[in-house]
Write a protein of this length. Sequence first.
Length: 682
Amino acid sequence: MGQLELIKSDAGQPDRKLAGARFKFTNLDTNSATILITDEDGKAVSSPVPIGSVGADGSVSLYHFSVQEVKAPDGYLLDPEAETFQFNVRTDRNPKIVFTYEAFNQPTEVIVSKKKLTNKEELPGASLEVRPVTVTTGEDGEIVRTEGEVLESWISTDTPHKMKGLKPGEYVLIEIRAPEGYLEAEKVYFTVQGNMTVGDTVFVEMFDDDTKTEIIKVDKETREPVAGATLQLVKADSMELVREWITDETGSIQIQGLPAGEYLVREVKAPDGYLILKEPLKITVVKDYKIQTFVVENQKIQTVIEKTDTETGEPVAGAVLRLIDETGNEVARWVTTKEAQVLPGLKPGLYTVEEVQAPGGYLLLKEPLKIQITNEEERQVFTVRNQKLEVDILKTDHETGEALAGAMLRLIRNSDQSVIDEWKSTGVAKIIKGLLPGSYTLEEVSAPDGYAVGKPVVFEVTGEEDTLQITLGNQKIRADFEKKDSLSQEPVSGAVLQLIRNAGTGQEVIVKEWISDESIFTLTGIEAGLYIVREITAPPGYAPMEDMEIEILPDQPQQTFTILNQPIQVEIEKTSGDTGKLLGGAVLQLVRNKDGAVIREWTSKEGEAEHFTGLQKGAYTIREVKAPSGYKKMEPQEIQILEKDELQEFVVKNYKIDHSGGGEATRRNRKESTWSCIKQTL
């Protein structure tokens, strides 16, 4: 007979005997089996069983047996591998053969993994515990889970936690405290099945989701994301730096796993074109599965460029301006209006404001305006001032350069012939501001007294001049008076002349009186107008002239007037008293009676009279020194020469020797000529 003795031990602790293991003891040849259960000592002994059969010939045939674990002790894995054996027949004929089978059980193994939800990596620092769960059904049919005492607790590490020896049943994994920056996970229920075999492992995973903090950088007005800001996240209590980053085109960053608490978001460097955040943004992170979003707003830098009048400070429209950055790139170009130009979002730096075209009536800005834009002020105002184009118009004496008052002047724009201004000069320059570029004419409507009207001055306004100075010089009117012989045009001296204004009126004024000589008499600075030249005394040998009316013109600086005197003209004819023919051969003298001076002695010519010019008025005697051949000598004849412009003809007669008369002189009157005045214009 044979007997099976089983010993059941913990595989990891061989000294630890295991009760409750069930084994199936089977005779494979007879197909009979029995169940053996280990006791508290881990032992199970079968009843004696035949170990074989005896044949007719007395030979022994040993039976084949197997022993197989059909139920493991609680908390241990079932080893389903069957062990076959035969009883060893001893030669000592022992009535009972014992086969001892020592079986070892692996405890059940539960592997608990605490992981990050984001990347499925092990998460250290979580406080965990496992409790058994009793599952019942409530009155309403709902499942009720009742948790038992803590079976095991631990703090997770970077490797999974192993639990051994859990009995079959329901369990719950509970997170008591999540690591910093993570949210406490919900409870995880799991089951340890009965009769788990070797190699079977229960895997339990619990995932912790971390806190998700989103910080977004946006434009305050448009709410659009802003790139390029350098931000820092620091703990509010200790100012410990947690994170520093530069925003990308999305403007946002997600920081996972921030421990709950208060933080400060501060800006180290503002994005280009934005103000730097002066005060940090305080945020509070709480334990929440939802993404916690915080918005950091940035205000764009407002660059304001004004265009104003230098003197009045009033806005000026119409200028073409452009803004150049430090690299020479044109950032903006605009035409000014009455409203200031606002350029949002310019990045800090040095810029240049250039004027491409000046507004009408203003000087072009010669030197560009340098401006410095910072990220410390929201609204930065810069003023570009324009000086109105200034035209200084001065009326001067042409010779002395001294300023003149009393001229009526007029400024005309040539493009449309409009009168821009009209004024009377005062002795100081007339200042006209704000002329538009173009061509202009300065006209003198009337000149100061004694001056000729100046010629119009045409000038060009380009808009590039600081001050345009226009001088309109006036020449004093110069009147030249020439006293001439009307016949020879030679100068005549000795005339007493007067220049009279307002002649024939009760306001007659003698402007000047002078005695002519061979030079030209000049009056400078005489007023334009109508005058009378009156001869008070005619020059000797000339007939007095009548009043001569002249006009001194206002637009001619130099004017010449010729005053002609008709010389006294006398003709003496020697004629035959018999025939009336002009006789030749007589020697005659003209003697001035007052002083006995012989004016001329001449010999008469047949058919010709003797002509005298410029004889002074008075009494003269014609003496015959020698008579013509065949004629009696004439007695001296006295004649009276008058101051008149008519030709005065005298006829002296000779009679033939056989005639009773000795000779005579007679006057013949004939209108010969009149004087005239020749005026010359310079």
